[in-house]
Design a protein around this ligand. Structure first.
Ligand SMILES: *Cc1c(COP(=O)(O)O)cnc(C)c1O
Length: 391
């Protein structure tokens, strides 16, 4: 099988002259991914994609997504600002988050975002009050906690009653009624998001069924002004096989909603995919500093660490690692970073081409929740993100 990075000798040669560690975003693959999404959403009336910006806020990546015509889903004022800087129209930005600060609400109102995904009654009251002070009307959608599980890591499940996100289903009518009575908010829809890295379509079917029940219930009680249904994001990618599955199965994903979710006439369906849009186009490129042999194993010590890519330490996540500059017979390594933490391990007992000091390694599928989660712990520099156009 073709390896998208390793088989590109000219690219690997260019990598040699760049200071490591750094992120590389394959914007050709990104554009193909965006076209694949467009092809599906265009087939369905009223489907809209708001890219979940928190997955990757690299300005050049954002610019490609903006140019493809997608909106944005933000979870902070900083993200709203990053999207405006990248050229996203405010009218295509939605804003979620359990703890919106007053200044973030003010910013959203000032620039005129599409709507706020409101996560509690106290938040609704504050938005109404701030909007009144600014003589504006805030469009609000309610994030409902659907108590639907997801077959994914516990740290990235968000739609269970025990999670901190959203408004309990039992309170849904109360909060809509409350909003309908408020002068400075306009109720525009319902929002859901059950988790991340979901590959079982059954989870999205369960969410669709729950939304159908909730919509029936609302109609029975005379509430008919739900303009938008927003089902969040969560579609996963193949971390095991980035070259075999560089583009996620968007057809299966969108077809699942088309088949199971019963939209009412004129209703719009919003999606907030993050990971599935950007993960496969990004790699973290690092250099092997030392190979250390211990009694029972050998360590490949590289110059990237958990400060550059925290997913393995935080979620037990797996990233495929390719030695871009060796074709020697495979050996087994623990690939570890330089940070003074025992959890600074990318992978254990991993087979890859025999590795020596100076080899360039690529941690694949690192475009989502990679660069944006980097920290400066140990006084390290933040990694730079380069795109195909830069190199
Ligand atoms: C994180 C998040 C998303 C995106 O999740 P992915 O798994 O990256 O698709 C969408 N909506 C909300 C509200 C989120 O918090």
């Amino acid at each position: 099988m073709n390896n998208l990075l390793k088989d590109n000798a000219a690219l690997v040669e260019k990598f040699r002259s760049i200071r490591t560690p750094f992120y590389y975003y394959d914007t050709e693959l990104l554009d193909k991914t965006l076209q694949a999404i467009k092809k599906e959403t265009d087939q369905h009336e009223g489907y809209h994609l708001h890219y979940a910006v928190k997955a990757c806020t690299n300005s050049k990546v954002l610019s490609h997504i903006m140019k493809a015509g997608f909106g944005a889903d933000c979870v902070s004022g900083g993200e709203i600002q990053a999207c405006l800087n990248a050229g996203f129209p405010a009218s295509e930005i939605v804003f979620a988050g359990v703890g919106k600060s007053d200044w973030e609400i003010v910013l959203g109102l000032k620039v005129g975002i599409q709507y706020f995904n409101v996560e509690s009654i106290p938040e609704l009251e504050v938005i109404n009050e701030i909007a009144a002070g600014m003589q504006k009307v805030a469009r609000v959608s309610f994030r409902i906690n659907p108590n639907v599980g997801a077959d994914t890591h516990a740290n990235i499940t968000t739609g269970l009653a025990e999670n901190k996100f959203g408004i309990a289903m039992e309170d849904m009518e109360k909060v809509i009624t409350l909003a309908n009575e408020m002068k400075n908010v306009e109720f525009v829809g319902l929002h859901f998001h059950i988790g991340s890295q979901i590959l079982e379509m059954d989870n999205f079917i369960a969410l669709s069924n729950r939304i159908n029940e909730l919509q029936d219930q609302l109609e029975q009680n005379g509430i008919r002004n739900v303009k938008n249904i927003n089902v969040g994001g969560g579609l996963g990618i193949s971390y095991q096989d980035p070259d075999g599955q560089p583009i996620p199965d968007f057809k299966a994903y969108f077809d699942t909603y088309a088949k199971y979710l019963k939209l009412r006439p004129g209703q719009h369906l919003h999606f907030e995919l993050g990971r599935a849009v950007v993960a496969q186009c990004g790699s973290l490129i690092t250099k092997c500093l030392y190979v250390k042999k211990a009694a029972t194993k050998q360590f490949a010590i590289v110059d990237a660490g958990m400060t550059d890519l925290i997913r393995p330490a935080l979620y037990d996540a797996f990233h495929k690692i390719d030695n871009l500059t060796s074709n020697a017979a495979e050996e087994t390594y623990d690939v570890v970073g330089p940070i003074c933490e025992s959890s600074d391990v990318f992978v254990k007992d991993y087979s890859m081409n025999a590795t020596k000091r100076g080899d360039l390694l690529a941690l694949r599928s690192a475009g989502a929740y990679g660069e944006i989660m980097a920290s400066q712990y140990n006084c390290r520099s933040l990694p730079i993100g380069y795109t195909t156009e830069d190199i």
